[in-house]
Design a protein around this ligand. Structure first.
Ligand code: ATP
Length: 445
């Protein structure tokens, strides 16, 4: 038994995709042991910390497992990566890590070290020295190209595989929730050309599969979000909670020929990047959920980006945090603009340059009144101040009032969770339709 992790084979400009490299390794492993196809299990696609700067797109890493020996499996993986990785791009630094039989892992003291490394890769920033330290402890073999940074993701993918496969604990914050993606690949001669996919069939299939299958399309933007726009080998990727539903929906889509399909188990759509935080203690390069009260009305700035500030209930230290809903989050900004001073929200997203980039928020309490100058009960005109601390009065009618009064305000927002639309969703962010939230939800589709 061998588990192989790999990462960093693709290039933003030149194409390729680590899921495709993984798929080809899986095919080669299956061919190698044609009589026992079950010797190669379902590959795993893990999304690591989305705040990592040198990622190509979605910070994906892959893990594969096979009953073949490490001495057979590793050269196959090395050969496929060597042939396919876009190493001409100086930002592509592939890494492959191979772990032996998990039965031996505890003896090696590897299990805990690798799980901990993987947890950190999901929420923090690691270095090449960090991965080399764990490789030394575990004795895992690795291969690298360029600076070998890909070994970080490769080892983290093995940790995720342990988390998934040993079913660590269904309530485990990081390894307790798994989803699936059925990826259909293009014929190699089509790579880089415009994709031929029938849009109507995508929308029909998306409706058919919903809600077990999600983020296939964005109805508001009329966009097929399952079809990438990059020069990579992927034709479309169907995500959901059930592998056979993902595959069934993928097969309903009418398109150019599909060269191959692979179903991955993933941590996409799970929110595992988010940690509980408090205003004043958040740090750049991490993602949080934090609760606070809005201090000033949301403001739309140049480019259509909407900003607001939340304040912590606990005084002392840095007690405010700016949150932003950027233009690409489209109609989500209407919900953000509908927030008012005094509303209490839980905001979720990555913090960058001190600003939390909103992925979703929950309205915990809504301001339903505002303090206004009273009106005269006789003439119904607004009263005037009667002087400092002397209340208000109507000079014409002689009526008076001691203080300002509460006037109800109409709110379009309701309590509960609001999210960015599918076209703006990060791979790792959890769509509300998946459920399990602590309040009512308002899912986008
Ligand atoms: P794609 O989504 O298109 O597959 P990508 O977004 O996964 O591409 P990569 O090309 O794999 O991007 O680059 C990410 C690089 O960052 C890899 O070298 C990986 O090892 C490294 N990396 C991943 N997570 C972390 C982390 N938490 N800390 C430091 N480096 C990381």
């Amino acid at each position: 038994m061998t588990v192989i992790g790999l990462d960093d084979t693709d290039s933003r400009d030149r194409g390729m995709c680590t899921t495709y490299v993984a798929h080809l390794i899986v095919e080669r492993l299956r061919e190698h042991d044609a009589d026992a196809e079950s010797s190669v299990g379902r590959p795993l696609l893990v999304r690591l910390n989305p705040a990592i700067k040198h990622k190509t797109r979605g910070n994906a890493a892959l893990a594969l497992h096979t009953t073949l020996d490490l001495d057979v499996a590793l050269p196959i993986a090395r050969d496929v990566v060597d042939r396919l990785a876009e190493t001409e791009d100086p930002n592509t630094n592939p890494g492959v890590v191979a772990a032996p039989d998990p039965a031996e892992w505890n003896q090696l003291g590897a299990y805990d070290a690798v799980l901990a490394f993987s947890r950190a890769a999901l929420r923090d920033r690691l270095t090449i020295a960090d991965v080399e330290r764990v490789l030394d402890v575990t004795g895992y073999r690795s291969e690298s190209w360029g600076n070998g940074r890909g070994r970080i993701g490769a080892l983290a993918a093995i940790g995720a595989w342990i988390g998934w496969n040993s079913k660590v604990d269904s309530v485990d914050e990081i390894f307790g929730d798994w989803t699936y993606e059925c990826i259909s690949y293009r014929e190699p001669e089509q790579w880089g050309s415009r994709r031929t996919v029938d849009s109507d069939s995508i929308f029909r299939a998306a409706t058919d599969g919903y809600p077990a299958v999600w983020d296939t399309v964005d109805r508001g933007e009329r966009e097929a979000v399952c079809v990438p726009h990059t020069p990579c080998p992927i034709l479309h990727g169907i995500r959901g909670d059930d592998p056979s539903e993902c595959e069934r929906i993928a097969k309903l889509i009418e398109s150019e020929p599909v060269a191959a399909r692979e179903i991955f188990v993933t941590n996409q759509g799970t929110d595992v990047h988010l940690r509980d935080g408090t205003i004043g203690s958040v740090a750049d390069g991490r993602a949080y959920q934090v609760t606070g009260t809005i201090t000033a009305p949301p403001e739309t700035k140049r480019g259509g980006h909407v900003f607001l500030t939340i304040e912590s209930e606990n005084q002392g230290g840095d007690t405010t945090l700016q949150c932003a809903a950027f233009e690409p989050t489209k109609r989500f900004r209407e919900h953000v603009r509908a927030l008012r001073s005094g509303d209490r929200i839980t905001a979720c997203g990555e913090v960058s340059s001190g600003t939390l980039k909103l992925e979703k928020f929950a309205v915990r309490a809504l301001t339903t009144t505002r303090r206004v100058t009273p009106t005269c009960p006789d003439c119904e005109r607004r009263m005037k101040s009667a002087g400092r601390n002397q209340g208000y009065r109507c000079r014409d009618c002689g009526t008076s009032a001691e203080d300002k009064v509460d006037r109800p305000i109409e709110r379009t927002l309701e309590l509960g969770w609001y999210e960015v639309p599918p076209c703006a969703r990060r791979h790792i962010a959890k769509p509300l339709i998946r459920g399990g939230f602590d309040a009512q939800t308002h899912p986008e589709r």
